[in-house]
Design a protein around this ligand. Structure first.
Ligand code: FE2
Length: 504
């Protein structure tokens, strides 16, 4: 980036008011400002991020870590608070700065900050950066949502999930960072908790310390795991490119939350969940409404893109009751109320696991996965019975690109199509893939499944009042290096008022 103002401009900031202090900790504001000049050099190695745009603002994020892979999870930071200053401008040169403030990076939250910026203009692009001590961060680009009553002309977005860093390079992010997108939806498995060793380290050209060869269970280990994954430059580039709307799946804590299968007591699992949730918050551009309280953290929420789209971000992990509920009663009620009262053209669910029925028995019988919406069929029926106009479900979890139609009766192909499900394949998980794999025929034997591809990649979507265009982006390999070109494996159109998929 050229034409950045001199360091003097930024360092010359006048004192900021107490009201401008946004703490990531939720603790009362400190009257005194913590140390400044003694911040270790180069503390922005984990990059910058923004998230959850509203018409008047967004949340910013960074985490100070001059040595991201320090084994104690503290990123090389002294264990005391530090001031982090930020500024928001209308241009990448920061000649038109519209907001300045500061936040306290506390060791309690791994020296992360989550300042929320408001009072900005709707539907606009902004640029931001941080300063700590004498170091200035890379510049991030973000935007505000359109005004609530605005018939916004378009929403362009990418959907990503499942980034097993050790399975290969984040080539998909390298290409995503070059896309013209308003938002990134991340729908789960930002980290994986597994031990990393010679068995699963398929990302060629890296050497890892033994400290990573252990299943992640403690706060220190989760923090270190986020730092390892976030050290990827392409992931950092996508965070700096557009605001993210993030939700988790299981691996941010543990595979399928299967503590019983590992002989772990509910109390011990609660303790693990508490540290995992805390590390998740520390590392994501989330608003303070998502501050964790022990093993509880509110992640489901709703965003609006003018009158074009309502976006419901779901948490299908935290409130599960096996065989009974995938959302939990409170979240289900909140979701149904929101969908019933929506007047948006498109109604988006950004969520984790496949909603379409997938019969895994190619013979006359039917077999379903209990970990997906198939394990909660009554709840799915209640949701689809709302007949929400222009329902679009964005999904991750399976490490495969899938496009499916949501049916009034999945066992009757002639029944009404009620919505559209777009499943974004993984960024990294499962390493090199192939267009066809061992599950292709099984998935495509479900008549409402219209597309399946086993390669790594992401989904690119563009909504207008008339239609949703979705493109399935793929790369042919990720293990060797990050140089595979990107291709479009399939393109679909969903016309407003006509749910389902038309291949282009
Ligand atoms: Fe995954």
């Amino acid at each position: 980036m050229t034409g950045l103002p001199s360091r003097r401009t930024f360092l010359g900031l006048a004192g900021v008011s107490a009201a401008a202090i946004a703490l990531g900790t939720g603790a009362p504001a400190h009257a005194s400002t913590p140390g400044g000049e003694d911040v270790p050099a180069d503390p922005f190695k984990l990059g910058v991020a923004s998230g959850d745009p509203e018409p008047d603002g967004f949340v910013l994020w960074t985490r100070l870590a001059p040595e991201p892979l320090a084994a104690d999870g503290h990123g090389g930071m002294p264990r005391r608070p530090f001031d982090v200053h930020y500024e928001v401008a209308e241009d990448p040169q920061f000649s038109r700065v519209v907001r300045r403030g500061h936040a306290v990076a506390s060791p309690d939250l791994a020296h992360s900050v989550h300042p929320e910026v408001n009072g900005l203009r709707p539907g606009r692009e902004y640029f931001y950066r941080f300063r700590a001590g004498r170091s200035i961060s890379p510049v991030g680009r973000t935007r505000t949502a359109p005004a609530r009553d605005d018939q916004a002309p378009s929403l362009s977005f990418a959907v990503a999930s499942c980034q097993a860093w050790y399975h290969g390079h984040f080539t998909a992010y390298r290409h995503m960072a070059a896309e013209d997108i308003d938002l990134v939806f991340f729908v789960g498995d930002y980290i994986y908790e597994y031990a990393i060793n010679s068995v699963n380290l398929w990302r060629e050209g890296v050497q890892l310390d033994k400290v990573h060869d252990a299943e992640v269970r403690t706060l220190e280990q989760y923090r270190l795991r986020y730092a390892l994954f976030k050290s990827d430059p392409h992931l950092q580039a996508v965070h700096a490119r557009a605001p993210w709307v993030s939700t988790w799946d299981d691996h941010e804590v543990q595979n399928n939350y299967d503590h019983a299968g590992q002989g772990v007591t509910p109390e011990d699992f609660d303790r693990r969940r508490a540290v995992a949730y805390r590390a998740y918050y520390e590392n994501m551009p989330l608003r303070r409404t998502s501050l964790p309280h022990g093993p509880d953290m509110t992640l489901y929420r709703r965003l609006h893109w003018g009158r074009l789209a309502d976006i419901n971000v779901l948490d299908t992990r935290q409130y599960r009751v096996p065989e009974k509920s995938i959302l939990g009663a409170r979240q289900e009620k909140w979701l149904h109320n929101g969908l019933r009262s929506s007047s948006a053209t498109w109604n988006v669910l950004a969520q984790q696991v496949v909603m379409a029925q997938i019969d895994r028995d190619t013979g006359p019988g039917q077999t379903f996965s209990d970990d997906q919406w198939d394990g909660f069929r009554a709840e799915r029926e209640r949701l689809l019975a709302l007949r929400t106009p222009n329902l679009v479900v964005l999904t991750g979890d399976i490490h495969r690109h899938v496009a499916a139609e949501l049916k009034a009766d999945f066992n009757d192909p002639a029944s009404a199509t009620i919505g559209t499900e777009l499943v974004a394949g993984s960024i990294g998980s499962d390493g090199d893939g192939a267009p066809r794999d061992a599950y292709t025929d099984l998935w495509l034997s479900n008549p409402h499944v219209k597309f399946y591809d086993g390669r790594r990649g992401y989904l690119l979507g563009r909504m207008t009042p008339e239609r949703l265009t979705s493109e399935y982006k793929v790369v042919d390999y990720i293990r060797r290096d990050d140089r595979a070109p990107v291709a479009t494996a399939a393109r679909f159109v969903t016309t407003a008022g006509r749910p389902g998929l038309e291949a282009l």
